[in-house]
Design a protein around this ligand. Structure first.
Ligand SMILES: *Cc1c(COP(=O)(O)O)cnc(C)c1O
Length: 387
């Protein structure tokens, strides 16, 4: 293999890890002999920061029947990149144009009669029927039709089906607390979902796929699998329910790394970065990392996260700045040009995105999705089968 290009700060995404994770998740929800549960790999928000098109291709190689995205634009980007498989999207503002995604065979979602009317207008413009999924709010109180509105949404969807405007391909909802497996909301949402399915069935709808589970529910709640699971975070090798998830051997796909720009000694009493929020208690050496909040490194990592340099954990000292931050090398030999890993697989002891999330008071979703900015992104292991 040719040596990696020298990068100031880069994100390395291991597509073999994504293939491995998607294949592992598929085996988990469709064990040998059981009736198969389809896999939707969620690649919204630029594939949780991993690169949407490359992550989508890796997921398809590993057998994902579906891709999930939030916006119509994301769905069209997948089509533009040559993906011809099933794609579901679920978030559009009033006035957005449905004709192109309908013509491109994207499954679109409606939560209200008003959205059904907008989709019908898109169908008229496209000149071809839509693949339509209906979303019911089972307790997240975010998107989805309320239980009170559900019969009207279902009736309008059925009428559109009879008129040839669309085919209702799916009915779905989304969990609020699936990362807390004992939370009573999980059972409650599942019960409401089953009731909503019965209402749809009684109205004559026969959706191909009924789905409720995200990553955490795919790992922790087989009763929620129905016909399909929607896995985002776990596909990228991160844990959606820390402290609860079984160890499936998922591998974090993203490594964020940089090169030290400079190292220098600090005398005892010297303070570091804006606001002088950290002061050396004894003489030490520090290294300058060329990435900051302008690259999506959370400012909340100030004085809390750790990096990995020359085989050891190295704490962030002082505030994260826009373009750079300082790590404590604690007197060790490390020099300009040496690699600094912000987070990676954790295999060699380096911090993970989960470690950064804990240091910053957030979730690993946010760490990987926000990192980027001026960092370059490099995909490795682009080809190959499922494992
Ligand atoms: C983002 C999202 C998912 C994926 O959630 P993960 O916890 O990352 O698996 C599934 N469904 C919907 C509706 C989403 O918005």
């Amino acid at each position: 293999m040719s040596p990696p290009p020298v990068a100031r700060a880069e994100i390395v995404v291991d597509l073999a890890a994504i293939r491995h994770n998607v294949a592992t998740l598929r085996r988990t929800v469709s064990p040998e002999g059981a009736s198969p549960v389809q896999m939707m790999t969620v690649v919204k928000a630029d594939g949780y920061g991993h690169g949407m098109v490359a992550a989508a291709a890796a997921a398809r190689q590993a057998g994902a029947e579906w891709l999930g995205v939030a916006t119509l634009d994301e769905a069209m980007t997948l089509r533009g990149a040559g993906d011809t498989g099933r794609v579901l999207c679920w978030l559009a503002a009033p006035g957005e144009e449905y004709a192109a995604p309908v013509a491109a065979g994207v499954d679109v979602t409606a939560s209200s009669v008003a959205q059904l009317d907008e989709i019908a207008a898109g169908v008229a413009a496209a000149g071809s029927p839509a693949r339509l999924q209906l979303k019911v709010d089972t307790g997240l109180s975010r998107g989805g039709a309320t239980v009170a509105d559900w019969p009207d949404v279902v009736a309008r969807a059925r009428a559109g089906e009879e008129a040839g405007t669309w085919q209702v391909t799916g009915i779905w909802s989304h969990f609020a607390c699936s990362d807390e497996p004992d939370h009573p909301a999980n059972d409650a949402q599942e019960r409401v979902f089953v009731e909503a399915l019965a209402v749809a069935e009684a109205a004559g709808l026969r959706p191909e796929v009924r789905h409720l589970a995200n990553s955490a529910a795919a790992l922790l709640r087989p009763s929620s699998w129905f016909d399909l699971v929607r896995c985002g975070l776990a596909s990228y090798g991160l844990d959606p329910a820390p402290g609860h998830s079984p160890d499936l051997g998922l591998v974090p796909a993203m490594t964020a790394r940089a090169r030290l720009v400079l190292t220098k000694p600090l005398a005892a009493g010297a303070s570091v970065s804006y606001g002088h929020t950290w002061t050396a208690g004894q003489p030490t050496t520090v290294g300058l990392v060329p990435a900051g909040y302008g690259d999506g490194v959370p400012r909340h990592a100030s004085n809390s996260a750790e990096t990995w340099v020359a085989g050891k954990r190295r704490p962030v000292r002082g505030r994260i700045c826009m373009d750079q931050f300082v790590v404590d090398l604690e007197g060790d030999e490390a020099g300009a040009g040496d690699e600094v890993v912000l987070f990676g697989t954790g295999r060699d002891g380096e911090p993970t995105a989960q470690d950064w999330a804990e240091a910053c008071g957030t979730i690993s979703y946010e760490i990987v999705t926000r990192i980027g900015g001026r960092m370059t992104r490099r995909h490795v292991h682009p080809d190959g089968g499922a494992e």
